[in-house]
Write a protein that binds this ligand. Structure first.
Ligand SMILES: NC(=O)c1ccc[n+]([C@@H]2O[C@H](COP(=O)([O-])OP(=O)(O)OC[C@H]3O[C@@H](n4cnc5c(N)ncnc54)[C@H](O)[C@@H]3O)[C@@H](O)[C@H]2O)c1
Length: 368
């Protein structure tokens, strides 16, 4: 069967990651086009990655008849519109995290893809990160007995692009940006069971001059079988990205540090090119990672999605996964606003972005 033809919408951080990842596992897919509204960016991106076609708008890319799968790497606020238009154009969609901004958008995206008979694939790469996959395989084998606690943390010094800091475009702060990974991770790790309740503590500790968003977040999820998921997020951790898990059962536990744990303990007085995402310096002691995309699972994720397009595999992360995460994000922001646990299902209506439920707790009480 021919390789799945991928078109990327966006040409910066995550677009680079997707293009490089598809190239790392070239047996199932190839990137044939990129679109970006910033003059010159799509062309430069295409040159950098050896991509044959580039467009100045995603609408043009959607008209490209060769493209079968669209990777949406635009800011959160645009995920729903681009996905829905892509579905109407008959393209399968890989949407970056978080799936969208509102639960209504999540419903509309899922419905549009179902109606068009295309796949909506939710890009949660932690489901493919080899170290975390190993932890889950051991857990599923029973290595840790009955698991009662799963922790996931993702922390760095703050996002690279301005739009993340603008809650109108992002929908929320560190919880929305990074917590979506941990929420999905705990849910997946614990067998995709129902989530009973959510409690969150949020604050803006360092960046209040720059953002209305939370820059510190702790979220606790209570699952149907009584297990807990704890998700810790921060935009205030210098020293490069930190991504780690801890899993506890009555027969054992495992700890996995995705980046520092897969790095070279290094000392350099003069520094060098690159250590890890968001590390501001490379002098002194640092932890340069190798095969960064591979360790995160991005190439494996894109290969899986391409195989899903060809009907060779069934998606392990789809629009429904994104909607579960979106509901927990709503509940977490509402919990922080109300100062108490929020029971699921939780479906307040007419919310324009999750963070409003924290800033204006009266909205969190609106009828579902
Ligand atoms: N899975 C992950 O670990 C991960 C990592 C980083 C980002 N992301 C997600 O990917 C998305 C993009 O983040 P990023 O870090 O690449 O942001 P970025 O600011 O680096 O890039 C955003 C891109 O979107 C493009 N864009 C803006 N408006 C557009 C439009 N109307 N049409 C087409 N393209 C448009 C910009 O030109 C730019 O190329 C976000 O949703 C983010 O949460 C996921």
């Amino acid at each position: 069967m021919s390789k799945v033809k991928v078109g990327i919408v966006g040409s910066r951080f995550q677009a680079d990651c997707i293009a490089a990842s598809v190239k790392m596992m070239p047996d199932e897919a190839e990137v044939v086009a990129v679109a970006s509204p910033t003059p010159g960016n799509a062309e430069a991106f295409a040159k950098r990655h050896g991509i044959p076609r580039f467009y100045g708008s995603y609408q043009e890319l959607l008209r490209d008849p060769q493209i079968e799968l669209v990777s949406v790497t635009a800011p959160n606020r645009l995920h729903a519109t681009i996905t829905i238009e892509a579905a109407r154009a008959g393209k399968h969609v890989v949407c970056e995290k978080p799936l969208c901004v509102t639960l209504e958008e999540a419903d509309a995206m899922i419905a549009a893809c179902a109606k068009a008979g295309v796949l909506l694939l939710y890009a949660e790469e932690l489901f493919f990160a080899p170290k975390y996959v190993k932890a889950k395989q051991m857990a599923d084998e029973g290595a840790f007995g009955r698991i009662h606690l799963v922790k996931q943390g993702e922390k760095h010094s703050g996002p690279h692009s301005d739009w993340f800091w603008d809650v109108e475009q992002s929908g929320g702060g560190a919880l929305m940006d990074l917590g979506c990974h941990g929420i999905a991770f705990c849910w997946w790790f614990l067998g995709k069971q129902k989530i009973r309740s959510v409690y969150a503590q949020l604050s803006t500790q360092v960046h209040s001059a720059r953002t209305q968003g939370d820059d510190e977040a702790v979220t606790i999820m209570e699952f149907e079988d009584g297990a807990l998921g704890i998700v810790e997020n921060s935009w205030n951790r210098p020293g490069g990205m930190d991504d780690s898990i801890e899993v506890f059962g009555d027969k054992g536990q495992t700890y996995a540090d995705l980046l520092m744990g897969n790095a070279l303990a290094t000392y350099s007085e003069v520094g060098f090119g690159y250590a890890v995402e968001k590390a501001s310096m490379t002098q002194g002691w640092t932890y340069p990672v190798f095969e960064e995309h591979w360790n995160y699972g991005f190439p494996q994720e894109m290969r899986h999605f391409a195989r899903c397009v060809r009907g060779k595999e069934t998606p392990i992360s789809d629009g429904e996964t994104g909607r579960v995460v979106q509901e927990v994000l709503y509940a977490a922001y509402a919990s922080a606003g109300l100062g108490r646990k929020v029971q699921l299902p939780y479906r307040p209506s007419g919310i324009s972005k999750p963070i409003d439920l924290w800033k204006r707790p009266e909205l969190a009480l609106s009828p579902s």
